[in-house]
Write a protein that binds this ligand. Structure first.
Ligand code: DC
Length: 222
């Protein structure tokens, strides 16, 4: 049986940074499920489909063939044969991803892919519903969070380091709006699984968080 570590939590909690580093240490595959929703969001944006138009999203989501492969250990997301890794990290795509992620048909299509990956390999998978819905029997589950102040500050510094002009208050408002949308949708909303360990990284550096994740994993294997 393959091992699986589920990491869920709100936007900007550092899930991908931590999951990537922990996967490297353990020799596991890192599965970034947010990237799959982002690829679906990109498809809907390109097709001019509205974020609130559930009916059209349901009718057309199967047109978006989303596949994953790994190049030098880095996850690559393909949308209908095109590598879209470099196109899905914008705020516009992130917002659309959160909007289309409310749609049950979209979710079922992507969850199928996520479960298939976890069946074959030892994975550390991050997202919003991994511990509660995608992998209910994961070897260990972690709910990684941090205060909105801290998540906003990190995102602000990240954008500034890339030379992108931004406003801290606006970033915090966007993060809160996305969390509300992800927590309040009907199907598989963001919440902490009953058997997940809560890890608040507000006052911890990335190395400390990775160590804590590895410790929690080892403990759950005992
Ligand atoms: O983690 P991220 O910012 O790349 O995710 C983008 C959006 O995708 C997020 O706001 C909600 C959605 N998402 C989801 O609903 N379920 C997941 N397992 C992963 C992401």
């Amino acid at each position: 049986m393959a091992y699986s570590i589920a990491i869920d939590g709100p936007a900007g909690a550092g899930k991908s940074t931590i999951a990537k580093a922990a996967a490297k240490r353990l020799g596991f595959i890192y599965v970034d499920t947010g990237a799959m929703y982002r690829a679906m969001g990109l498809y809907m944006l390109r097709e001019g489909i509205d974020g609130d138009d559930e009916e059209t999203q349901s009718a057309r989501c199967a047109e978006a063939q989303i596949t994953i492969c790994y190049e030098d250990g880095v996850q690559q997301v393909y949308l209908n044969g095109e590598n879209v890794n470099a196109l899905i990290r914008t705020e516009e795509v992130g917002k659309m991803a959160s909007a289309v992620a409310r749609n049950k048909d979209v979710r079922l299509q992507l969850v199928y892919l996520q479960r298939a990956l976890a069946e074959r390999e030892n994975v550390i998978m991050d997202g919003r519903d991994i511990g509660t819905y995608v992998l209910p029997d994961a070897t260990c589950k972690i709910y990684l969070t941090a205060s909105v102040e801290e998540r906003g500050r990190r995102r602000f510094l990240e954008l500034r380091a890339k030379g992108i002009d931004c406003d801290l208050e606006e970033i915090k408002a966007d993060i809160e709006a996305r969390d509300q949308q992800d927590m309040n949708r009907d199907f598989a909303p963001l919440r902490q699984a009953e058997d997940a360990v809560l890890l608040d990284s507000s006052d911890l550096g990335p190395e400390e968080v990775v160590e804590e994740v590895l410790r929690i994993f080892e403990e759950s294997c005992e």
